[in-house]
Design a protein around this ligand. Structure first.
Ligand code: ZN
Length: 485
């Protein structure tokens, strides 16, 4: 009889105000052969969800120390240049506190695939402007302009170690595949509605297409593709990544008149050209970026004012593009999650006094990473629930609380609907914007166990200390079994 165990280690890196999640998933298939002798195959996947912080040094040090630790024999697969391999990286959106470590990550690791939210360069500019304040001034404006307007060109440039202008020159024979994830209008394929089709292949199964010309930046790059809307990516037939982009992003980020869009597009093109000119000073480029920011906000505001709404650009307009990621087993098998509760009390928000030391165990093996997405009101939440389906929602035991625990993005409705026993807030409470919000931390105090009623949920603040959670699936799932670190 075929048997499967899946073991996922989710490591939240302490990078202060930011998000850097490093995951490893071991899929072990046990197949009965004709001679009734079992055959084993093991697939070990390494992945990352977001890699940024408002503290540049913190995230870069963390990337380099992890890459050093990953030079282990367990990494059976190495790039020709000996770098460890990441099977996939998900970038939720392009704010500094989510991508600042990306260039270090791409240098330290060979990355097979990167998933990005599908975007209009202007929409992304609107969104990233939220992080564009004085604190971003130590970042090279040329890097920012390229990362935001054409992330593929930016990624290629980092990988080639080249300077601006040679971004399409390939030094790598096997370039990173970049996959844009479109807006999720329809529900994802239902989870576990058929017998799992076990597969030994370490390559994921997914439906992608080539972009049409000009559909996305760098659409001419042979390794850029677009995922079929509302689809999932499946490894070995048993473990899935289900990306979600709120379809509202479309309206929220491009809510200005076509004529204004043309004007802004032209202004953006001009900035791009200027950033390729080595004679342009950083200061002048900053000025140009800030002016575009102003014009963009004015254009968004004009439309809103016409509709009788507030003139201010809302947090939603800045962050709604966030690419969320559900990860979990496809078949519904016995499963559990273990979290080592940190001994250090400073690992908890001040409101939390955990009363269960040691390991905690709950049923389920799904994790939901939300970036800075919106799951505050019932409308946002029901869209996500409809998209993922009840089975995945019930299977979700680990939540990265949206937007570092901001009161704009999460609420008691979020926890009522998702009902997650383990909730992680990644933030530095002593620094602006002072996440997490007390009301949100309180909202995640309990979860409802079907058999025993309300129980205390685990809430962990990941500031400087790391925090690890282990999700285990399979008939013989218990802590320590098939574990490799
Ligand atoms: Zn953020």
């Amino acid at each position: 009889m075929d048997d499967v165990t899946i073991s996922t280690n989710v490591h939240f890196c302490g990078v202060g105000q930011g998000l850097f999640v490093r995951g490893s998933t071991l899929i072990k298939l046990v197949r009965a052969s004709a001679e009734s002798q079992s055959e084993y195959t093991r697939t070990l996947l390494h992945w990352v969800y977001d890699c940024g912080s408002t503290d540049d040094k913190l995230v870069i040090d963390k990337v380099n120390s992890l890459a050093g630790a990953d030079q282990r024999p367990q990494f059976s697969e190495r790039a020709p240049d000996e770098r460890p391999i990441l099977d996939f990286v998900v970038i939720s959106h392009f704010d500094c506190d989510h991508i600042r470590g990306l260039s270090s990550l791409l240098k330290a690791y060979k990355v097979k695939r990167i998933f990005l939210p599908y975007h209009d360069p202007l929409a992304i500019l609107g969104e990233v402007f939220s992080s564009l304040d004085e604190s971003a001034r130590d970042v090279d404006p040329r890097d920012l302009i390229q990362a935001w307007t054409d992330p593929v060109a930016y990624i290629r440039r980092i990988q080639n170690g080249g300077t601006l202008g040679d971004s399409m020159v390939r030094a790598d024979d096997d370039p990173t595949k970049i996959i844009y994830v479109p807006y999720s209008d329809d529900p994802a394929p239902e989870r576990g509605n058929r017998e799992p089709q076990y597969s030994d292949s370490p390559e994921p199964v997914m439906a992608i297409r080539r972009p049409q010309s000009e559909e996305v930046p760098s659409s001419q790059d042979a390794d850029v593709s677009i995922l079929t809307a509302s689809s999932n990516v499946v490894w070995c037939g048993v473990w899935e990544f289900v990306p979600y982009v709120d379809p509202q992003a479309r309206q929220a980020l491009l809510s200005f008149k076509p004529a204004e869009k043309i004007k802004l597009d032209a202004q953006l093109e001009k900035i791009k050209t200027r950033s390729n000119d080595p004679k342009e000073t950083e200061e002048r480029l900053w000025e140009a970026i800030l002016d575009l920011k102003l014009q963009f906000y004015k254009a968004v505001s004009r439309k809103k004012v016409r509709r009788g709404r507030s003139e201010k650009v809302s947090p939603r307009e800045k962050n709604v593009i966030s690419l969320m990621a559900y990860l979990g087993a496809v078949p519904s098998l016995p499963s559990g999650v273990w979290a080592r509760i940190p001994d250090d009390k400073s690992a908890y928000p001040p409101q939390v006094m955990p009363n269960v030391p040691g390991w905690v165990r709950h049923h389920g093996d799904g994790a939901l990473f939300t970036g800075d997405g919106f799951l505050r009101g019932s409308k946002d939440i029901s869209k996500l629930v409809r998209f993922l389906g009840v089975s995945r929602i019930e299977n979700t035991v680990l939540l990265q609380v949206p937007h570092h625990g901001s009161g704009q993005n999460g609420s008691k409705f979020t926890q009522d609907a998702l009902n997650t026993p383990i909730n992680v807030f990644c933030a530095n409470p002593s620094e602006s914007p002072y996440h997490p919000d007390t009301a949100v931390v309180d909202a995640f105090a309990t979860w409802k166990d079907a058999s025993t009623g309300y129980r205390q949920a685990l809430r962990v603040l990941v500031n400087r200390l790391d925090f690890s959670v282990r999700l285990v699936t399979g008939a013989r799932a218990y802590p320590g079994y098939y574990w490799w670190v």
